[in-house]
Write a protein that binds this ligand. Structure first.
Ligand SMILES: CC(C)(COP(=O)(O)OP(=O)(O)OC[C@H]1O[C@@H](n2cnc3c(N)ncnc32)[C@H](O)[C@@H]1OP(=O)(O)O)[C@@H](O)C(=O)NCCC(=O)NCCS
Length: 299
């Protein structure tokens, strides 16, 4: 068995394996979708060119039997996301999954010390792989999706929700850091990213809530942050904020969808999204190379 960078033919073979594996939660990694076209679009949208990070496992007959790739966010260069691994079948998984991940890790620049991968709880091979690597399972998250049809049932958007500006930086930073400690994007990055929709809601002259999302490469809206300031929670602000950001992302989404991911144990958020008719799309389980409590991601 050999693990190598891929030439053009091996890249095509690897993509076929990825697309086949992504179809089932038992073999998919959670970061990519399930449709061939969307998978390619998301790969092309990674920060690190996937053609460079792709490593393939090749059997003695020269056939590609497995693949893996990674991504490092230029804004958070301590951390890598491992995409895959994917293999042809269970037998090739047992043989190649660990060496593939190790091959991905070996190419990382110095200083990238935290690694993460993610799959559905149904992907038992990934759980075994993580155990073999000595990585830790984080909590289960739920992926939700809303569509234009769901939006008919939503309450009105908060009329005073407005686009966040640089003047909101300090308030946004304290809210964001309290609600999503250690997450992948800082409040400053949210504000600087013109492709994002970041909205805030004020009460009594202070920022009482915010929400931020973007459109992904495959055209789906993605709401990754929503929080109400601790002193304003439980006062009914969340639905107006959620309605405002969801409507904005739907409007921008070529697919007419909004996705989000929430920790299963975050009862207020789960109740909020289910009340909005967001539908459970998938369950995700993250595995991390470092032993830290999981920062909340997405919302
Ligand atoms: C999730 C969050 C935005 C909800 O805001 P909130 O101000 O508490 O919510 P609201 O008072 O506006 O209530 C809106 C709905 O949320 C749900 N909800 C709020 N608090 C709840 C609780 N403690 N338990 C269960 N459901 C709750 C209810 O469905 C409620 O609808 P109802 O009033 O008809 O019962 C807020 O808890 C928060 O900022 N949490 C930290 C950040 C976070 O976890 N964001 C989501 C990440 S995915």
């Amino acid at each position: 068995m050999t693990i190598t960078p891929a030439d053009a033919a091996q890249r095509d073979a690897a993509i076929d394996i990825v697309v086949a594996a992504q179809r089932s939660p038992a073999t998919a990694c959670a970061y990519l979708g399930t449709e061939a076209e969307g998978i390619r679009a998301e790969l092309d949208d990674l920060d690190t060119p996937w053609q460079e990070t792709l490593r393939v496992a090749v059997d003695p007959s020269g056939r590609v039997v497995g693949a893996v790739l990674h991504d490092v966010d230029p804004e958070d260069t301590m951390r890598s996301w491992i995409h895959g691994p994917w293999t042809l079948d269970d037998r090739t998984w047992s043989e190649h999954a660990v060496p593939l991940v190790r091959a991905a890790l070996e190419q990382l620049p110095p200083g990238v010390e935290r690694h993460e991968l993610s799959a559905a709880p149904a992907h038992t091979g990934m759980a075994r792989l993580a155990a073999d690597l000595g990585w830790h399972a984080t909590g289960v998250s739920i992926a939700y999706r809303a569509t234009t049809a769901t939006a008919q049932r939503w309450p009105a958007a908060a009329p005073d929700a407005r686009v966040a500006t640089p003047a909101d930086l300090d308030a946004l930073t304290s809210l964001h850091d309290e609600a999503f400690p250690g997450t992948y994007a800082s409040a400053r990055q949210l504000l600087a990213d013109e492709a994002r929709a970041t909205l805030v809601l004020e009460r009594d002259g202070e920022v009482a809530g915010y929400a931020s999302g973007e459109i992904q490469a495959d055209g789906a809206g993605y709401l990754d942050f929503l929080a109400i300031a601790p002193g304003h929670r439980g006062t009914g602000l969340a639905p107006g904020m959620l309605s405002a950001i969801s409507r904005e992302l739907l409007r921008r989404s070529g697919q007419g969808t909004v996705d989000l991911v929430v920790d299963e144990v975050n009862a207020p958020a789960v109740a909020l999204y289910e009340g909005f008719g967001y539908v459970r799309d998938a369950e995700l389980l993250g595995y991390r190379s470092w032993p830290q409590p999981q920062p909340q991601r997405a919302g």
